[in-house]
Design a protein around this ligand. Sequence first.
Ligand SMILES: Cc1cc2nc3c(=O)[nH]c(=O)nc-3n(C[C@H](O)[C@H](O)[C@H](O)COP(=O)(O)OP(=O)(O)OC[C@H]3O[C@@H](n4cnc5c(N)ncnc54)[C@H](O)[C@@H]3O)c2cc1C
Length: 412
Amino acid sequence: MASQSSTTDGKAAVVVGGGIGGLTAAVALRQVGWRVTVLEQAARFGEIGAGITLLSNGLRCLDAIGLGDAVRGSGLPMLAIGMRTAAGRWLSRIDGDGADLEARMGTTTLVIHRAELHKILRDALPDAALMAGVATAGIYGGEDGGPSEVGFRVRNQDALLRADLVVGADGMHSWVRAQRWPDAAAPVYSGSTTWRAVAPTTPSSAVTEMSLSWGPGTEFGVMPLVDGRTYWYAAANAREAQRNPDELDELRHRFGTWHEPIPAVLAHTQPEAVLRHDIYWLPKLDSYYRGSVVLLGDAAHAMTPNLGQGGGQTLEDAIGLAAALSRADDVTLALARYDHERRARTQAMSLAATRQLRFGQQLHNPIAVAVRNTAVALTPDRIALLAIARYGRRIPPAVPHAARRSGRGVGP
Ligand SMILES: Cc1cc2nc3c(=O)[nH]c(=O)nc-3n(C[C@H](O)[C@H](O)[C@H](O)COP(=O)(O)OP(=O)(O)OC[C@H]3O[C@@H](n4cnc5c(N)ncnc54)[C@H](O)[C@@H]3O)c2cc1C
C-alpha cells in the first residue's frame, strides 16, 4: 500500500465531504497555508437542484476567502420579503429597494442556486485537491492524548493519506462522526418533510419577491433566482419516510388552491425537478473535536431549515476553523478554540430553528394558527424579522493569507 504524506510544506488536512462546508473549509485552510485533500463519496462534486438563502453572516464568510463578489454576482439580493396566509393575506411585509430592506432588516438576504455556489467554491480549488467517488474505510490514530498524526484509508484507492487533521464535513449522517463519536445520538426526525425545486419562470408566474406562506401544518416559500427562475419549497407535517408515487401531483393537490404565484409555479415545475427530504436535527454533541478529528457544518450541528442558517453556520464553521488554525501552531489548541467559538452559537441556533418550526410550519390547530397569525400581523415588521436578522450580524474572524503572511506561495 502506498503512503501519501503531504506534510512536507505546511500541515496537511483531509476533508471528508465536498459539500458547501467541506469546500469552504478547503479554500480557507489553503489560504492559511495548509495542504488539503477533499474526499467526496459521490461520483462527481456537485450540489442538488435547489436554492439557498444566505444572510450577511454567510456572505461575510465568503468575503473572508475572497469569493463574496463572485457569489453576489450569481445570486439575487432580496428587494422584498414577507409572510402570508394560504389565502394570500400579508401578515408582514417589507419592500422597497434592496438598501431599504437591508437597512430595515439589518442584513442582506441573497438567494443563489446551490449548484452555482458550489461551483464557485470548487473553482477556487485545484483539481489535485479534489477526489470524487471515494469510499471511506477507516481513520487511524489521531486519538485524544495520542500522537497527532492521523491516517486515513480509502477503500477504492491504494493509499493511506497521512495528515495532521481530519475534517468531518460529511453532512448530517456523518461517517466521520460515527467513527469518532460512536456515543453520539442519531439525528432526530422533526415531524416535517420538505419538497424543493427550481422552476423556469413564465410571465404568469413571475416571482419578484421572497415570501413564505403558512397553512395549518404546512408552509410554502417562493423566491426569485437570477435569470427569472424561481426557487420554491414546501413543507408539511408527515410521517417519517412517507412518499407519494407522484410528488408534484401531491403538491398540486395540496397547494393548488393557495394564493398565486404558488399554483402557477407548481404548474411550471417539471416532475423530475422535485426533491423530497425529511427534516432532521442533530442532538447536541459534547465537543466538535476529538484528538485530531474535527466536525463542521451539518456533521456537527444539523438543524431544521427554519432560520435559513444551516448553510450560514456551516460557512462560519469553515472560516472559524481556518482562522483558529492560523492563530496557533498547536492543532489541539486551535481545535479547542474552534470548539469554544462555534459550539454554543451553533447549538443555540439549532434550538431556535426547531422552535421556529414548531411555532411556524408545524402549527395545525386552527385556534393556535389564528392566534399566531394575529400575533405576527400585529408585530411591527422590523421586530418580526429581527429574530432572524440578528444572526446575520456576526463578523467572521480574518483568514490571514499564508502567502501574504510568509511571503511564499501556498502548495496544491
Ligand atoms: C430543505 C432544506 C432547506 C435548507 N435551506 C437553507 C437555506 O436556505 N439557507 C441555509 O443557510 N441553509 C439551508 N439549509 C441547510 C444547509 O443545506 C446545510 O446546513 C448545508 O448544506 C450543510 O453543508 P455541509 O457541507 O455541512 O453538508 P452537506 O451539504 O450535506 O454536504 C456533505 C457532503 O459530504 C458528502 N459525504 C457524505 N458522506 C461521505 C463520506 N463518507 N465520504 C465522503 N463524502 C461524504 C456528501 O455527498 C456531500 O457532498 C437547508 C436544509 C434543508 C434540508
